[in-house]
Design a protein around this ligand. Structure first.
Ligand code: RIB
Ligand code: CA
Length: 312
């Protein structure tokens, strides 16, 4: 059993990661979910997180964190996720209660009161996590791992060199990588291999209520993915949760990762220092391979489980 906190910016792929985590109560005890400005504004991504939790009748504590990055201003991604941040599905208007108005202190409190060390699934810009580590450094001894979606060793997506979550807040990312905590980095090197096919998306259409929601999420996300050249859309954030459930579905290498924070074309670039003389801790497991069949099976089994729960 892992005690889990999820930090996210739903976001179609965030939503699928949350659904998958919620389908694995035996393995993941979700202590709470926090949101951060990223794909869309804090208000929109928090509303989206609440809609997902309402849809599956969950009561997981939800708290909004930071509106935007530590230094710069927020630059959402409507081109990928739409104006709402999670375009496609229709959700009944139902407020989801907020457990706190400060996601960073919420994370701190949940970690300190947890009976076990806590795992963090970071699916968005790392602003909340960086502030948590800087404001309450004592939490480090109660964090077992940060499994994050972000970065990339060979290329970017927000720019040629930087991935969206890191580019959104490079200073925050540098704080997290430099924390020395065990980090699993699901960057673009692996997440762009973590896709489902159009046929697989279609297969969800009539399977069940939650599968239908995933169909609507993936259908929209597949369409917007085409503008970036994808024939199958990567479910980036699901990799960070899938690793916690089936780590042997992935492979990678331990690295010492740094982030370019200086102004310029490389801002947000993540790189590994592979010099033999690099005495720094290789605390980051950079994933680069995924068993695509197992990845898709994990998602579809989770959706089926949630469909079944609906019926009972
Ligand atoms: O680059 C992909 C990441 O940016 C994912 O977390 C997606 O949700 C967006 O936030
Ligand atoms: Ca995200």
């Amino acid at each position: 059993m892992k005690y889990l906190l999820i930090d996210c910016d739903p976001g179609h792929d965030d939503a699928l990661a949350i659904l998958t985590a919620c389908a694995h109560k035996e393995e993941l005890k979700i202590l709470g979910i926090t949101t951060v400005g990223g794909n869309q504004t804090l208000e929109k991504v928090t509303k989206n997180a609440g809609n997902i939790l309402n849809f599956i009748h969950e009561e997981i504590p939800l708290a909004p964190g930071q509106e935007g990055p530590l230094v710069k201003t927020l630059s959402p991604a409507p081109e990928a996720h739409g104006d709402s941040g999670m375009d496609g599905p229709y959700f009944k208007k139902k407020e989801y209660p907020l457990a706190s108005d400060n996601g960073v202190t919420f994370l701190y409190e949940k970690i300190m009161e947890s009976p076990e060390k806590v795992t963090i699934a970071a699916l968005a810009p790392l602003t909340n996590i960086a502030l948590l580590l800087k404001t309450f450094p004592q939490v480090k001894e109660k964090i077992s791992c940060i499994s994050m979606m972000g970065g990339g060793i060979h290329h970017g997506n927000r720019t040629a060199l930087a991935e969206f979550n890191i580019y959104a807040d490079p200073e925050a990312a540098q704080i997290v990588f430099a924390s020395g905590l065990p980090v699993v980095m699901a960057g673009l090197d692996v997440t762009e291999k973590a896709t489902v096919s159009v046929e697989q998306i279609e297969s969800l259409k009539e399977k069940g209520r939650v599968s239908r929601l995933a169909y609507e999420l993936l259908s929209f996300y597949h369409e917007t993915g085409k503008q970036f050249g994808f024939t199958e859309s990567p479910i980036h954030d699901l990799c960070a949760v899938a690793y916690l459930l089936e780590p042997d579905m992935f492979s990678g290498t331990y690295e010492h990762i740094n982030v370019i924070t200086e102004e310029g074309r490389a801002r947000g670039l993540t790189y590994a220092d592979r010099r033999l003389t690099c005495g720094e801790k290789k605390n980051v497991l950079v994933l680069d391979q995924v068993d695509r069949q197992r990845f898709a099976e994990l998602l579809f089994a989770a959706l089926e489980q949630l469909d079944h729960k609906e019926v009972c």
